[in-house]
Design a binder for this molecule. Structure first.
Ligand code: BGC
Ligand code: BGC
Length: 684
């Protein structure tokens, strides 16, 4: 597995922005060092900072009051490594540690960023700024913190990160694309690249330069609540889709677009082995020896990461879970030895949200020491950045973390900041303002709608009378839609939308499934009514039932064998419909499933003549009507094996590990299954 990923950022010089940046630095020189009293931090840190300020360097001058020489590191005509070195040489230990932190924005005062030179900040899932959840609120907060970083002694730009995992999903009014599982069904690289590019524009409009996406796991047990975040159980499909997404987010490596100011830094996450957890437990354990795991990676499970590295991904996030009982966040073998030394990754590694707190050490200092010594360069800790700061400093003081390791970590972080053009970035600049127009724009919504169309998987389309069910549906004159999910934007979007876990209902702007169908059918004068109880009104000559899961995300989305089915409310709906449909053999009955994974719903399939898996399509629900009532055919196929019984799902991982096919008797639909309107298996 010898791969190289280093691409030294050859950025186009933007002299205007550099000049502006220099002027801003000069303007703020006077403000440097002044403390914002309202944002005063913990007294412990202030002491340690005060000490830093009086610390003597070898030439007898105080490190932090010594004049900063920006001539090399602020000069974009110098190469990245020269700039990194020129900057690193002038940094105090405290300033280096401050670059290694990734605090939650809510825990940060702008003055902390200036005073400590904090290098990065994040918004967690659903974490809107205090001022509100519109794009301008976000832009305001992000740019406030970015400006605060420029005001620090060295003026190292702040990197701001967010989970834009299917569009800029935390913010009201953005375009929400289908979740990754749906994109795995569509398996269209050009489409995924276009989605990445569109999402990057919406993210960059709010001043954010870093996206915690894509997820590169290959989930083998859909009881896991993060299954929909993964493109497929097939790691080669994951590798292709992941690389395409990264290309879209970042711009194509080797071109001027790469990491320019309308693209974002992508993150390959979560390194590595998720999807192999026993019983699909979130943050679980991959139950195998180090040797067996290495062999598993070699067999192909590493491929999504090597492809991501080839594509020029510069940030990797480690996985919450464990391998052989050892947390990845303290696994030097995987992070330092494999990812950095063997695969040659020269970007930086970030820990997952508060994950370091799960390391085996008894104190936080020990835990963070384990993480840093395993090769993790940046510590994502949402609320206790003081703790991260003091702990790393103390660990260095005690010799538990070497200064070389600190220099190495900071070198990796700064390298990425230089490569991504952060030192030349203009806060709230022209590109950023222009990109504001793209948030939720028609063009992006059209891409999302295309993605919905392409990701639908037709599982069944039996005859009703002389024609197939979908033809009969198009010929119907009075259609009934049943189920609350027919008009539930929140369920369409799933988790990681507006809030962390997602929510049902009218949570953002978009088009519901019923709205799309209504628009598509009203021209022909087709009647359309809706009910949530599952009672079929008289005279209806077609039924469309919409059912599936309610939104969830990590931690809360895991399901027991018995619970891996439709929501309680939809169960009621289906039971009522079963009764209502008695004697209605002559009308087409079509099911649309809204869910983040294959469910154990074999028992309901017989009720319907046609069944469509629509996954978590996002805000553009009319993509479903495009296929049902328009000229488009189905093109999606299952990216997962769909088992008949949830209790047999564990067989998938066993079979994968043994290099065997899963027992066909237990499979409802094999991976790759999907029909077109003519009833033929789609061939790729
Ligand atoms: C998730 C990551 C996410 C991070 C930041 C974690 O809980 O595992 O996927 O990027 O939170 O929100
Ligand atoms: C989310 C946060 C959430 C946390 C819970 C993170 O992944 O981003 O919003 O509060 O997990 O642990």
């Amino acid at each position: 597995m010898k791969r190289k990923s280093s691409k030294k950022g050859q950025k186009v010089c933007r002299w205007q922005s550099i000049l502006a940046l220099l002027m801003v630095s000069v303007m703020f020189l006077g403000a440097c060092g002044q403390k914002d009293e309202t944002g005063a931090a913990d007294s412990n840190i202030l002491t340690s900072e005060a000490e830093a300020q009086t610390e003597e360097s070898s030439d007898g001058t105080s490190e932090t009051t010594k004049e900063v020489d920006k001539s090399i590191y602020m000069d974009p005509s110098q190469n990245v490594e020269t700039r990194v070195k020129a900057l690193l040489e002038q940094m105090t230990l405290e300033e280096k540690v401050a670059q290694m932190m990734l605090p939650g924005q809510a825990a940060l005062a702008a003055s902390d960023v200036t005073d400590y030179g904090i290098g990065a900040a994040l918004s967690g899932g659903g974490e809107a700024p205090a001022t509100g959840n519109g794009p301008e609120n976000w832009q305001g907060r992000v740019n406030e913190l970015k400006q605060a970083a420029l005001d620090s002694r060295l003026g190292i730009p702040l990197l701001y990160g967010v989970d834009a995992v299917h569009g800029h999903n935390n913010i009201f009014g953005t375009t929400i694309f289908p979740h990754n599982i749906a994109l795995g069904a569509a398996a269209d690289e050009a489409l995924v690249e276009a989605i990445g590019e569109a999402a990057a524009e919406e993210v960059r409009a709010t001043g954010i330069q870093w996206d915690f996406a894509p997820t590169l796991g290959n989930a083998l047990n859909e009881r896991w609540g993060r299954t929909y975040e993964c493109f497929s159980e097939d790691y080669d499909l994951v590798a292709r889709m992941g690389a395409a997404y990264i290309r879209g987010y970042q711009g194509e490596r080797g071109t001027d677009a790469y990491l320019d100011d309308s693209h974002v830094l992508a993150t390959a996450k979560h390194f590595i082995g998720e999807g192999y957890f026993t019983d699909g437990d979130d943050q679980g354990n991959v139950d195998m020896s180090v040797e067996d795991f290495d062999a598993l990676l070699d067999s192909g499970v590493i491929n999504p990461y090597t492809s991501a590295l080839d594509e020029g991904v510069r940030i990797v996030m480690t996985m919450y879970g464990s391998v052989g009982g050892l947390k990845t966040h303290e696994n030097k073998h995987l992070v330092q030895d494999l990812l950095k030394d063997e695969l040659g990754f020269t970007g930086f590694v970030v820990s997952d949200y508060n994950a370091v707190q799960q390391n085996s050490g008894l104190t936080y200092k020990e835990q963070v020491t384990q993480a840093v010594n395993a090769g993790i360069d940046m510590i994502m800790d949402s609320d206790s950045w003081e703790n991260v700061y003091n702990s790393i400093l103390a660990a260095v003081e005690e010799g538990a973390i070497s200064e070389e390791r600190i220099d190495d970590a900071v070198t990796c972080i700064l390298r990425v900041k230089f490569e991504a053009g952060l030192f030349e970035e203009k806060i709230g600049g022209e590109t950023e303002q222009a990109l504001m127009e793209t948030i939720g724009c028609d063009e992006h919504r059209a891409i999302a709608r295309q993605a919905v169309r392409e990701s639908l998987v037709l599982l069944k389309n039996d005859k009703v009378g002389d024609v197939d069910a979908l033809t009969a549906l198009r010929n119907a004159t009075d259609i009934q839609m049943s189920g609350q999910k027919a008009y539930d934007l929140g369920s369409q979007c799933g988790g990681w939308t507006i809030s962390w876990q997602g929510m049902q209902g009218n949570i953002t702007r978009g088009t519901t499934i019923i709205q799309g169908i209504s628009d598509a059918t009203k021209e022909n004068g087709t009647g359309l009514s809706h009910d949530v109880a599952g009672e079929l009104a008289d005279g209806k000559d077609a039924l469309i039932a919409v059912f599936g899961e309610v939104p969830y995300a990590e931690m809360k989305g895991d399901r027991s064998v018995d619970a891996l089915t439709v929501s309680a409310k939809d169960k009621e709906l289906l039971d009522n419909l079963r009764t209502a449909l008695e004697g209605k053999d002559d009308i087409p009955k079509v099911a649309i499933i809204i869910a983040g994974r294959p469910l154990d719903i074999d028992e309901y399939f017989d009720m319907f003549d046609a069944v469509i898996m629509a996954w978590l399509p996002g805000t553009e629900g009319e993509g479903i009507a495009d296929v049902l009532f328009g000229e488009y055919d189905f093109t999606g196929v299952l990216p997962y094996t769909w088992m008949k019984d949830a209790e047999d799902i564990y067989l998938k991982k066993d079979a994968a590990l043994a290099g065997e096919e899963v027992d066909a008797e237990k499979v409802l639909f094999p991976i790759g299954y999907g029909l077109n309107k003519a009833g033929e298996q789609i061939v790729r």
